[in-house]
Design a protein around this ligand. Structure first.
Ligand code: IPM
Ligand code: MG
Length: 355
């Protein structure tokens, strides 16, 4: 198969981790007889420097016209003082909205080889951590009106039924493919938008009788994720709650650097990115962990290109790499072999097996 991939290297460690990921994709192409064409897209701080705009229309167009988008990371202190609508993050938000990718899938899964890296007690980790947060990505407070007037600032949190319904369905469908347990997370004891959320989720539940729906308030959920993460399988929630809970969920797996994500909308053209940031403090030092991005590429193959075997091969290669005791600095522990970003990419490629 031939696929055209838009590649956003972005800022900070973005270019390094994307480079290693493209090498992995090239090796997959070679082993499985595919052609991946890459189109570079400027987004984030580097685009502000180059065009005075974190995502010029022409760059967004390249993404929308691609078969999928691979993104490293954007942002950094250098652009902290630019106005809100010109921040690097605004490029990312415009990209998500422009691509219409309303459904963000963030797995929180512990790698058995890294169980010791979790900050949770062993007894809790041993019960298992393997759940997915399905986060609504292009609505809610992120996309409501933002304004500052004198000493008052306002951000509007708004959802309509159809926005809730389409992400709700993804939640149910995702649960259906797993353990058939869906937890809808909101703040319906305070927010109108959450009461609507809950109502829509329960209406949908009638259409998915095989899935068991439960409700949880977001503050309680934040607590339950550290108290008893094994209770969760699929969580579905709105944009900002999903942002916050997914950072928490990644932390309990011990290694935010390992976690990929996928964002999809109505078509197969998806956006794939690690959930960590651009880590400007370690940029250019060849010490970043490229695995979150490499696993995001695996998700791209699986969800957008229907390349199941190829995705499995990447995940297996990562697992073999960990089994052999290699670790980048972020997940280094006693007795393991410390490697840099490039070496990590090369070792994973060595472990990649063809059909
Ligand atoms: C994320 C990030 C983004 C978000 C930022 C960079 C805008 O935190 O992908 O979780 O809040 O969605
Ligand atoms: Mg976040």
């Amino acid at each position: 198969m031939t696929k055209n991939i838009a590649v956003i290297r972005g800022d900070g460690i973005g270019p390094e981790i994307v480079n290693e990921t493209l090498k992995v994709l090239d090796k997959v192409a070679e082993l499985y007889g595919h052609t991946f064409n890459y189109t570079d897209v400027d987004m984030g701080g580097c685009a502000i420097d180059k065009y005075g705009d974190p995502l010029p229309e022409a760059e967004l167009k390249k993404c929308v016209e691609s078969d999928s988008v691979l993104l490293g990371a954007v942002g950094g202190d250098k652009w902290n003082d630019v106005p809100g609508n010109m921040r690097p993050e605004k490029g990312l938000l415009r990209l998500r909205a422009g691509m219409g990718v309303y459904s963000n899938n963030r797995p929180a899964k512990i790698w058995p080889q890294l169980a010791d890296a979790s900050p949770l007690k062993k007894a809790i980790v041993e019960k298992g951590i393997d759940f997915i947060i399905v986060r609504e990505l292009i609505g809610g407070i992120y996309f409501g009106e933002h304004k500052t007037e004198g000493n008052t600032a306002t951000d509007v949190l708004k959802y309509n039924e159809s926005e809730i319904e389409r992400i709700g369905r993804i939640g149910f469908e995702t649960a259906r493919k797993r353990s058939k347990k869906l937890c809808s997370v909101e703040k319906s004891n305070v927010l109108d938008s959450s009461r609507l959320w809950k109502r829509v989720m329960h209406r949908l539940a009638d259409e998915y009788p095989d899935v068991e729906l439960s409700d949880m308030l977001v503050d309680n959920c934040a607590m339950q994720i550290v108290k008893n993460p094994a209770q969760f399988d699929v969580i579905v929630t709105e944009n900002m709650f999903g942002d916050i809970l997914s950072d928490e969920a990644s932390m309990i797996t011990g290694s935010i650097g390992m976690i990929p994500s996928s964002s999809l909308g109505a078509t197969s053209c998806g956006l794939y990115e690690p959930i960590h940031g651009s880590a400007p403090d370690i940029a250019g030092k060849d010490i970043a962990n490229p695995i979150g991005t490499i696993l995001s590429a695996a998700m791209m193959l699986r969800f957008s290109f229907d390349m199941e075997k190829e995705a499995d091969a990447i995940e297996k290669a990562v697992s073999d790499y960990l089994d052999k005791g290699y670790r980048t600095a972020d997940i280094m522990s006693e007795g393991m072999t410390l490697v840099g970003c490039k070496q990590c990419g090369e070792l994973i490629i060595e472990n990649l097996k063809g059909a």
